[in-house]
Design a protein around this ligand. Structure first.
Ligand code: HEC
Length: 586
């Protein structure tokens, strides 16, 4: 996809404060954003989509009359053009509008259309947006902006006509759909100005690698992008960071990196890898301003992070997973390995650490405790999950997981090939209690083996509800699906009927099997319900889908599917939990 960065510094000097001017932008850049309902929208998902010929972005802002007076127009246009392959998204980049405001506005005006939350303002800036109330029509084969401006000539500041004489957007849509050239490509769009304070501040004080960027990379990227880390390259100097700058822009704009798929609007999590809007701005503005080195030491070069062995100290017991051969290329199916309990008595485990053998090859490990003689998935007890950057850890204070002497450990191993044949020798470190722990660290399991996912479905939904029969303290949640997984969401309904999303992963990626650990453990009263919502994308749009023609059943192989989620908790006996986190290693 073409990008628009090269002449930006010059252009912004000439054209004001937001950086790029609308005249400059002919092609839209890929992006990924969450909307007010929690769905994730990525432009490139619709590339060459026979069902989506164009996407209209309408720049949104709360309180602007020229936006609110357009809601009805937009909903009507959306209704009449949906079947012809046009999607309508609103884009909110207003500095003053928060996510909660978007939800409130959407409810108050009964909006069906999504309002994309461009909290960092970077999507709007990349499109050269300076006002709300503008419609931007993007075609989906080459992302050309074929029209931008007012929907029609009905409204202007404080004045309106009963009927429009010109229908700019409609004309452009009809031309696009008829394969004709859009005659009027650009008209003025009256609306409210959008401020870009972060960009303005960075224009005053340009972003410096040494001062701003290196510490950020160290904190948010180096955990994987270090020597011996899982990332395919290491950020070890200014030169390396500068060389990766354009790719960094791409992965940040689309939220591909850092790999963290949870919607930031719901819950706060321990070891959250994602970038805040401010951090996105630092990286993106640095790149746009020409990757300046700035004064000061090169933190990444003088103090490179290293992959450390056991993060929680020497384990009480180390288990070796059988050597795994990983080919140089190709898709490797999940592997399942059983190891009998190494202990001759029942043992309480208080923490687990996973020491990957080959970090580049080992993508995730999930460890369950299972009965020795049965493969029944319903009897699986979750022990720990390892995903790069998010390792196991110690269980909550005074709690442990019982491993009976006649049980065994089940390892689900996911490898990815990386261009070189390799042998992985991963080890598991177990931390043990002396005797029995005061609390059981338990696992609740959502499972439904009756799923049948129809061919070609883009978002096939499923859900399951679980009654919580005792007071519990909830610590973490682990969504689990395979190649076709699209979205998973854990919802809590308390006895007073209130519903709340605990964690939502609307852009599920089977590569990253994160366990979402609540930054603050949550007391859940008995009589509550936990509900797990899932959706699969079994269409040809899903680039990981091995076969969109197939009706997909439950199965262990990643080419089959799972509706599977676990949550970890202890019984609530009034013990204190404040400030006590599931302390974990990175
Ligand atoms: C949890 C581990 C992890 C973290 C944290 C992480 N990365 Fe990555 N990164 C990876 C892996 C693994 C890949 C290779 C992905 C693949 O195989 O396609 C990758 C690939 C990339 C690529 C190459 C493009 C691509 O998609 O393959 C870029 C650029 C990148 N990362 C930038 C970053 C930046 C910038 C940060 C921090 C803001 C970051 N990453 C944080 C693991 C990580």
């Amino acid at each position: 996809m073409k990008r628009l960065i090269p002449s930006i510094t010059l252009v912004c000097l000439l054209l004001g404060t937001k950086g790029t001017s609308a005249e400059e932008v002919r092609v839209a850049e890929d992006f990924g954003l969450f909307d007010q309902r929690g769905d994730f929208h990525q432009l490139s998902y619709y590339h060459n989509d026979p069902k989506t010929k164009g996407i209209v972005l309408f720049t949104h802002g709360i309180g602007c009359p020229l936006v609110r007076l357009r809601y009805q127009d937009l909903e009507k246009l959306s209704e009449s053009y949906a079947s012809r392959g046009i999607q309508f998204w609103m884009l909110n980049a207003n500095d003053q509008d928060e996510y909660a405001d978007l939800v409130e506005e959407s409810d108050a005006y009964n909006l069906n259309l999504p309002i994309l939350d461009d909290a960092s303002q970077e999507v709007a800036r990349s499109l050269g947006v300076d006002r709300t109330g503008e419609a931007i029509l993007i075609e989906t084969t080459g992302w050309q902006i074929v029209f931008r401006g007012a929907i029609d000539d009905r409204l202007t500041y404080e004045k309106r006509k009963p009927e429009a004489a010109e229908h700019y957007l409609k004309d452009a849509l009809d031309a696009l759909l008829d394969g004709k050239t859009v005659e009027t490509e650009k008209v003025d769009a009256p609306g409210c100005l959008i401020n870009y304070p972060a960009w303005e501040a960075h224009e005053e004080q340009p972003v410096s690698y040494a001062k701003d960027v290196a510490p950020l990379i160290r904190e948010k990227c180096s955990g994987c992008h270090m020597k011996g880390g899982i990332g395919p390259f290491a950020f070890t100097s200014y030169r390396k960071a500068r060389g990766w700058a354009d790719m960094m822009r791409e992965v940040v704009m689309t939220r591909r990196m850092p790999p963290w798929q949870a919607d930031p609007h719901h819950g706060t999590f321990d070891q959250d890898l994602s970038l805040t809007p401010e951090e996105q701005q630092i990286l993106l503005h640095w790149i746009e301003q020409g990757t300046q080195r700035g004064e000061g030491n090169d933190l990444l070069a003088i103090n490179p992070p290293e992959a450390k062995p056991w993060m929680l100290g020497e384990p009480d017991h180390i288990l070796d997973i059988t050597e795994q051969h990983v080919p140089a290329d190709g898709i490797i199916d999940y592997r399942y390995i059983h190891i009998d309990s190494p202990f001759d008595q029942d043992t309480w485990i208080t923490g687990v650490d996973v020491l990957p053998g080959d970090r580049q090859a080992l993508h995730h490990v999930i460890i369950y405790i299972v009965p020795r003689e049965s493969d029944d998935e319903r009897k699986r007890k979750w022990l720990t999950g390892y995903a790069p950057g998010v390792r196991g850890g110690l269980f909550p204070k005074d709690s442990g997981i019982l491993l009976r002497k006649n049980e065994r450990l089940l390892f689900e191993l996911h490898y990815t090939s990386y261009g070189k044949e390799t042998i992985d020798r991963t080890q598991i470190g177990l931390y043990l209690a002396e005797g029995k722990t005061e609390h059981d660290f338990r696992t609740g399991v959502f499972i439904d083996q009756s799923i049948k996912i129809p061919p070609h479905a883009r978002a096939f939904p499923w859900s399951q509800s679980k009654d919580i029969k005792e007071d519990i303290i909830l610590y973490s949640m682990n969504p689990h699906m395979h190649f076709r997984g699209k979205a998973m969401r854990f919802e809590l309904e308390t006895p007073d009927g209130k519903k709340e999303t605990l964690v939502s992963v609307p852009n599920y990626n089977f590569n990253w099997q994160h366990t979402y650990v609540l930054a603050q453990p949550r007391r859940v009263p008995k009589g509550s319900k936990l509900i797990l919502h899932a959706a699969w994308d079994n269409s040809e749009r899903n680039p990981a889908n091995p076969d969109p023609e197939r009706e997909v059943p439950w199965g262990l192989q990643s080419s089959d599917e799972m509706f599977f989620g676990t949550f970890q908790y202890v019984l609530d006996r009034g013990q204190s939990v404040s400030g006590e986190l599931l302390s974990s290693a990175q």
